[in-house]
Ligand binder design. Structure first.
Ligand code: ADP
Ligand code: ZN
Ligand code: ZN
Length: 750
């Protein structure tokens, strides 16, 4: 493509910008200049959606900037048309997209695209219209000949007097009146039928109880004052609110938002994986009702379109949602709250690979908004930023009602195995406690961070392990479905009844998943109702809510699940939490494995004892001496931080440096390896001496979905310099056909 040519630039008035820089949905990482024709002068600005000719066809694209002249040599093609208003990109967010593209090293269009939901961007969605029936003037004061109407006609008019305008269909069913009667009344000037735009309701009329502000504890009050002071000063502070589980962080957010609204400013609340935390979302609606919009993946396209439009038109003032809610197009943003800021789900795993927590800080700075990061187990990044003075630390060290933190008990499973003569899944202590709680009609949550029945099928005769052809992992055995399933690519096959290699029938299943624990519990406690919550059982939108409602109502006694159950849930009757394999993540080849383990155990422990009865937590482990577990035992983040940081410092790992991973993927293993090697040789002479390189080497998951994966890890030195240096080497660079190369800046895992 030679770029648009041909020009009418002499037709444009001298004052208005003559050139628009337009990007397309094409992963080209560059835009093209077009001339702004006089008819559109003054109407086209950054964020406008325009139709232009491109190559041999017409396309729509977004104007990312306008200028007096173009650096493009030769004449420019004119913009053909300006497209509809509601498809404009909020232009004040374009600078944020530029920042994302530069920092996370992705094509600009990818970053611009992230600013709006696809359904808004496409311009195809329409507002929902409903036919409403309302009273005409004649009926408003029961006109002259009201008495001459039939009884049914009079009734209909009276009904509308009582209830106001009604959607046609509701009127028909509620007032039991036929379409014919309504039509006659319309014809004779009693009623008016008209189309009105209505919002689609993402809550499906699911009513909630309004509530009001609580009297704050001293700690909460102090925290609130810190946030409000920053709101009033407009000095864009970043405040890390480190509060133990149930310390009342959410109440602080709510009251800070109230203050923000009173100042005439808007607020964004980010929550991780909103479908897992419906309670959090409800609490904002309880306090602020209709002023709350939600933005998350569980919405239909129409709902998402309407919620976004409500924000864009200023009809809602608070956006609550997952990652993408960060781009809510508020124009008077005062506050951004990032709840559970340590969650790795804030990092997007596809381009643009941004971390919403970190971009929230950037948006806050750009728009002078205060940013509150909240967690019981802060990320080391955020805590370190407090230590070096970039963020302010505010602490809530106690639970709201001063209830004790749950007692955590570590069980050494090696000792347990020695006593029993073989490895145990459930310790004697945990089994006794479960029995005791069932007896007292209290509830139990058990965490095992692996789904399926067994994590490996192996043949003891010949050593065969059933492994996915597409991926470098063993199949997981799912007993109920009698299948082997690859958890990376989803391939399923019938579980064989003999070894495919030596035909032996002595097949063995090792490693344990949630399905097996559920089976064992059924056998041990036949009188108990047990439910399992993992991605195998949570297959529909409603299944999560169904299980949680049943658990809350006490119809389920034991809830077994993966990390899904560890997050933000608040069940007052849960007095026992068991962690079946606390070390399952501890030995992963990732420098954050200790941090993740500490977070998971502390968070799940926080689910216990939130009501009147004290909570108890049993953590089963083979490494009870590990400091991450020892710190979790005491809910002691500071000790964990103090013990973890020296090794991060010594090795110059995050948070002491930024990490950048260059990924190479191909179905051709040798080609991927070779490309990585050549890339390495190419960049090495360019790097600052402080930059350390590991690799190229196979990624920890060396093959996924038929793609071989290699990587180069870089860290140290200035991340901005490093990224600026790598960007031209990666973005819009040509690599051998069939190899994908991209950067991951501040990766969530290795
Ligand atoms: P966190 O977000 O830190 O886990 P929450 O805000 O969910 O804590 O508070 C835990 C519980 O305490 C909730 O049920 C909440 O309604 C209640 N709560 C919070 N603040 C107060 C307060 N000041 N007075 C009474 N109850 C409170
Ligand atoms: Zn696979
Ligand atoms: Zn075999």
């Amino acid at each position: 493509h030679n770029g648009p040519q041909n020009s009418n630039s002499d037709l444009v008035t001298p004052q208005s910008p003559r050139v628009a820089h337009v990007v397309f949905n094409l992963s080209l990482d560059k835009g093209f200049d077009y001339a702004i024709p006089p008819a559109l002068a003054g109407q086209i600005r950054a964020g406008s959606r325009v139709r232009v000719s491109f190559g041999h066809s017409e396309r729509s694209g977004f104007v990312v900037s306008v200028a007096a002249q173009s650096s493009h040599e030769g004449e420019l093609k004119p913009i053909i048309a300006l497209e509809k208003q509601n498809e404009q990109i909020p232009s004040h967010l374009l600078g944020l997209a530029e920042w994302i593209a530069a920092y996370y090293c992705c094509p600009k269009e990818h970053a611009v695209r992230a600013l709006m939901p696809a359904v808004v961007r496409s311009g195809a969605m329409k507002h929902k219209q409903v036919i409403f029936v309302s009273l005409a003037l004649r009926a408003a004061n029961f006109g002259d000949d009201f008495a001459a109407l039939t009884e049914k006609q009079q009734e209909t008019i009276k009904y509308l007097h009582r209830h106001g305008a009604k959607p046609l269909q509701e009127l028909q069913s509620e007032a039991n009146v036929s379409a014919a009667i309504i039509n006659t009344l319309c014809k004779h000037g009693w009623l008016i039928k008209e189309k009105r735009v209505v919002d689609r309701d993402p809550f499906h009329d699911d009513l909630i109880q309004p509530d009001s502000a609580r009297q704050l504890t001293g700690g909460q009050q102090a925290a609130l004052e810190r946030v409000n002071a920053s709101l009033d000063a407009g000095d864009a502070q970043v405040i890390l609110l480190h509060g133990v589980t149930a310390s009342g962080k959410t109440e602080v957010y709510l009251q800070a938002i109230h203050h923000c609204l009173q100042r005439g400013q808007d607020a964004i609340v980010l929550v991780p994986e909103i479908s897992l935390t419906p309670q959090t979302c409800d609490r904002f609606r309880q306090r602020f009702g209709n002023l709350v919009s939600v933005l998350h993946s569980g919405l239909s396209d129409g709902e998402r379109f309407d919620e976004w439009t409500r924000i864009n038109e200023g009809r809602s003032r608070i956006a609550v949602g997952a990652r993408s809610a960060l781009f809510a197009p508020f124009r008077k943003l005062g506050l951004i709250v990032v709840d559970e800021e340590h969650e790795s789900s804030y990092k997007q795993e596809e381009s643009p690979r941004y971390n919403a927590r970190d971009v929230a800080v950037v948006r806050g700075k750009r728009e002078k908004a205060t940013v509150v990061l909240g967690s019981a187990t802060p990320s080391l990044e955020s805590y370190y930023n407090c230590e070096v003075g970039r963020y302010q630390l505010v602490e809530l060290p106690e639970r709201v009602d001063a209830s004790a933190m749950p007692a955590v008990e570590l069980i050494d499973m090696a000792e347990e195995a020695a006593l029993a003569g073989q490895a145990q899944l459930l310790s004697k202590r945990l089994k006794e406690l479960i029995f005791d709680r069932l007896h007292k009609a209290e509830q139990i949550m058990l965490l095992l961070n692996r789904r399926g029945y067994a994590t490996q099928m192996l043949c003891p005769k010949c050593g065969y392990v059933a492994t996915c052809d597409n991926c470098s992992t063993a199949y997981t055995y799912h007993r109920k479905a009698a299948q082997l399933i690859c958890h990376l690519c989803g391939v399923q096959l019938a579980a064989p009844d003999k070894c495919p290699q030596c035909q032996s029938k002595e097949i063995r299943y090792t490693g344990v998943g949630t399905e097996k624990i559920e089976t064992i519990l059924h056998a041990l406690y036949p009188q108990a109702t047990i439910a399992r919550m993992d991605s195998d059982t949570m297959t529909t939108k409603d299944s999560y809510k169904k299980v949680l409602d049943a658990f809350r109502a006490g119809r389920i006694h034991i809830l077994v699940g993966t990390q899904m159950i560890a997050k933000g849930l608040d069940f007052p009757n849960v007095t026992l939490v068991g962690v079946i394999q606390a070390d399952s993540q501890l030995h992963l080849p990732d420098f954050r494995s200790g941090e993740r383990t500490f977070q998971l155990i502390t968070q799940v422990a926080g689910r216990a004892g939130r009501g009147d009865c004290a909570g108890h937590v049993v953590v089963q482990t083979y490494t009870p001496y590990h400091f991450a577990l020892q710190a979790a035992l005491k809910h002691d983040f500071k000790t964990f931080y103090a013990e973890e940081m020296p090794s991060r410092k010594m090795l110059d790992f995050p948070p002491c440096s930024h990490m950048v991973i260059v990924h190479f993927r191909s179905q051709d293993e040798a080609l991927a390896a070779d490309t990585a090697e050549k890339f390495h040789q190419g960049i090495q002479p360019l790097l600052e001496p402080a930059v350390q390189i590991i690799g190229p080497m196979p990624a920890p998951l060396s093959k996924v979905k038929t793609y071989y994966r290699f990587q180069l890890q870089l860290r140290g030195g200035s991340v901005l310099k490093l990224v600026a240096l790598l960007r031209p080497q990666v973005v819009s660079q040509s690599f051998p056909k069939g190899v994908d190369v991209y950067l991951d800046v501040d990766p969530r895992s290795l």
